[in-house]
Design a protein. Structure first.
Length: 480
C-alpha cells in the first residue's frame, strides 16, 4: 500500500509517497496548494524515518538522505541508470549533464540525460539540483520555484552562486558506473561519416523510413549534426548524421568541421560511408586519418549507391577503400533500391553494446519540425541552383503554425550574401523561387505527414558566413 504524507520544509510543503519497497516520490507543492501537514509522531516508522531524514537535511546534515531506501521501479531502465549514478553525487559536489552522461558510459547522451534529470521523481534524494550546465550554469530546474529553488539548495550545501552560475571551485564528482542488466537489448550511437555527397543523409532518411534530413545532389548539404533514432525489437540505434569535412575557409566551415568531429569522438560505432561510384579522394584520406587517430571505436565500411555503379567500378572502389581501412567489415547498400539496408540494421544491432532505450520508442529525432523544415528548404534550393550559390544560402523559418484543420503554414526567408544572388534565386518572373517552394513543400509534407502551405521570401545578409551574430542566431556557432 502506498502512503502519501505532507511535511514542512523551508522551501514549502513537501509531498512524499512511499510503500514498503521504498520512497517512490518526493516533490514540492505549489505555494497555492496548502495541505494539512503530518505530525512526525503520528506517522508509521517508515514515514518517521523519511520525515526525520528530510528535517536533518535542511539542518545541513550532509548524509541525511543517503540511507533512505528508494523505489524507482516505475521509471525506464535508462532513467534508473541516470538516477543511480546521480545519487552518488554527494553533498558539496556537483556534476555537469555532460559528465553525468559520461558516467553512465554514454557521452553523447547529454540531452537524453537532461530529459531524465528533469523527470526526477525524488527531489533532494536523487539530487538533481547538483546537475549543472557547462561552466557551472544553473540551466533549469523542473521543481516548484524553478532555478530559485535550485540555487537555494546549492547554497544550503555550501556553494556560492552569482548571476545564475556556480562560482565555487569545480567540485565535479566522479562516480562509479553501474553495470545494469538490459535483458539482451542493445543501444548506442552510430556516427554516419564520409565525404560530402557520400549519401549519409539519404541513408539516414531510408533507415528511419521517413525523411528528416535535407538531401541534395550538391556536396556539403548537411551543416549541423542531426540525430535519427531507430528503435527495433532488439536495439535502439541512434544515428548521427554529420556534415562532410571541408576546408576551413570561413567561420561557417569551422563550425561544420567541429560538428563532424564531435560525433567522431564519442560514438559507439562509426559507419564510414564511401561512394561506390568513385575512387577515394584527399577528403576521404584526411577523414580516415582523423578517425584512426581520434577513436578506438569500431568502424564499419558502408559502400553506398550500389544501384549507380557497374560491377567493375564497385569492386575497384571497394578494394581501394578497404586498403585505407584494413580489416574493417564491409557492407554494400543502396538507399535508392533499399538493398542491404536490413543487413546493415541487423549488423548494427549486434555490434552495439548492451544498453537501455534512451528515447521513447516512437521518437525519431530530437530536432523540431520547424528546424527540419528549414534544412529541407535549404536542400531544395541547393538542388536547383548552380555553381557557388548553394553555399551562400541560409534559411530562417519565421512562422510555423498549425491550422485548426491540421495543415501547416510556414513562412521562411532564404538569405543570400549578395544582391546579385537575390535575383538568381528569385529567377525570371519568380520562376526559380517557385520551383524551390514546390520541391521544399513536398519534402516537408513527407516529413510532417500533413498538408503544407509554404511561403518564401529572399533577403540579403552580406558576408553572413563570417558574421558571428548571424551564425549564432541560425544555430551555426560553436557552443562552449
Ligand atoms: N542513386 C542513388 N543515389 C543516391 C544514393 N544515396 C544518395 N544518393 C544521392 O546522392 C546525393 C547526395 O546525397 P546526400 O545524402 O545529400 O549526401 P551526404 O553524404 O549527406 O552529403 P553532405 O550532407 O553534403 O555531406 C543525393 O543526390 C542523393 O539523392 C543511392 O543509394 N542511390
Ligand atoms: Mg547530408
Amino acid at each position: 500500500m502506498e502512503k502519501t504524507i505532507f511535511l514542512p520544509s523551508p522551501l514549502g510543503t513537501l509531498e512524499a509517497r512511499y510503500s514498503p519497497a521504498g520512497i517512490s516520490s518526493l516533490g514540492l507543492l505549489p505555494k497555492n496548494d496548502p495541505q494539512p501537514l503530518d505530525e512526525v509522531g503520528s506517522l508509521d516508522s517508515q514515514g518517521q524515518e523519511i520525515a526525520l531524514a528530510l528535517a536533518a537535511y535542511f539542518k545541513r546534515d550532509d548524509k541525511a538522505l543517503d540511507q533512505l531506501t528508494i523505489d524507482i521501479s516505475q521509471v525506464s531502465a535508462f532513467q534508473q541508470s541516470v538516477y543511480t549514478a546521480l545519487r552518488k553525487v554527494s553533498w558539496g559536489d556537483v556534476i555537469t549533464y555532460g559528465d553525468l552522461a559520461k558516467e553512465i558510459g554514454k557521452p553523447l547522451a547529454a540531452r537524453a540525460v537532461g530529459m531524465a534529470v528533469a523527470q526526477n521523481p525524488l527531489l533532494l534524494i536523487i539530487p538533481c539540483h547538483r546537475v549543472l550546465g557547462a561552466g557551472g550554469k544553473m540551466h533549469g530546474f523542473s521543481a516548484e520555484g524553478g532555478i530559485a529553488t535550485k540555487e537555494w539548495l546549492l547554497r544550503l550545501e555550501g556553494h556560492q552562486i552569482e548571476a545564475a552560475k556556480l562560482i565555487s571551485p569545480e567540485a565535479a564528482k566522479r562516480v562509479e558506473p553501474e553495470k545494469p542488466d538490459y535483458g539482451g537489448f542493445h543501444s548506442g550511437y552510430v556516427a554516419l561519416v564520409g565525404r560530402p555527397n557520400a549519401g549519409k543523409s539519404t541513408l539516414l532518411n531510408r533507415l528511419l523510413g521517413q525523411p528528416i534530413a535535407g538531401v541534395s545532389a550538391k556536396p556539403q548539404t548537411t551543416r549541423k549534426r542531426q540525430l535519427g533514432i531507430l528503435t527495433t525489437e532488439k536495439a535502439q540505434i541512434i544515428f548521427l548524421d554529420t556534415p562532410g569535412f571541408h576546408d576551413p575557409i570561413d567561420k561557417l566551415s569551422e563550425f561544420i568541421n567541429a560538428e563532424a568531429s564531435y560525433a567522431l569522438a564519442d560514438a559507439d560505432l562509426i559507419a564510414f560511408l564511401a561512394d561506390s561510384t568513385a575512387a577515394p579522394d584527399a577528403v576521404d584520406r584526411r577523414l580516415i586519418g582523423v578517425l584512426q587517430k581520434k577513436t578506438a571505436n569500431r568502424i564499419l565500411l558502408v559502400m553506398t549507391k550500389q544501384d549507380l555503379s557497374d560491377e567493375r567500378t564497385r569492386a575497384i572502389a571497394e578494394t581501394n577503400y578497404q586498403d585505407l581501412l584494413p580489416g574493417v567489415r564491409t557492407l554494400r547498400i543502396s538507399a535508392e533500391t533499399n538493398s542491404g539496408i536490413d543487413e546493415l540494421i541487423s549488423t548494427l544491432e549486434e555490434m552495439l553494446p548492451e544498453g537501455p532505450k534512451f528515447y521513447p520508442e516512437d521518437q525519431v529525432t530530437e530536432d523540431f519540425e520547424r528546424d527540419i523544415a528549414a534544412e529541407m528548404i535549404r536542400a531544395s534550393a541547393m538542388e536547383k541552383l548552380d555553381d557557388e550559390m548553394p553555399y551562400s544560402l541560409a534559411v530562417r523559418v519565421l512562422e510555423f503554425t498549425e491550422r485548426s484543420n491540421g495543415d501547416l503554414y510556414i513562412l521562411a526567408s532564404i538569405y543570400v550574401e549578395r544582391e546579385a544572388q537575390k535575383g538568381i534565386l528569385i529567377g525570371k518572373s519568380g520562376q526559380m523561387i517557385k520551383e524551390i517552394g514546390v520541391s521544399a513543400r513536398k519534402s516537408i509534407e513527407a516529413m510532417a505527414d500533413r498538408k503544407v502551405f509554404l511561403s518564401l521570401d529572399v533577403k540579403v545578409q552580406k558576408d553572413w558566413k563570417n558574421n558571428p551574430f548571424f551564425l549564432k542566431e541560425m544555430g551555426l556557432a560553436k557552443q562552449k
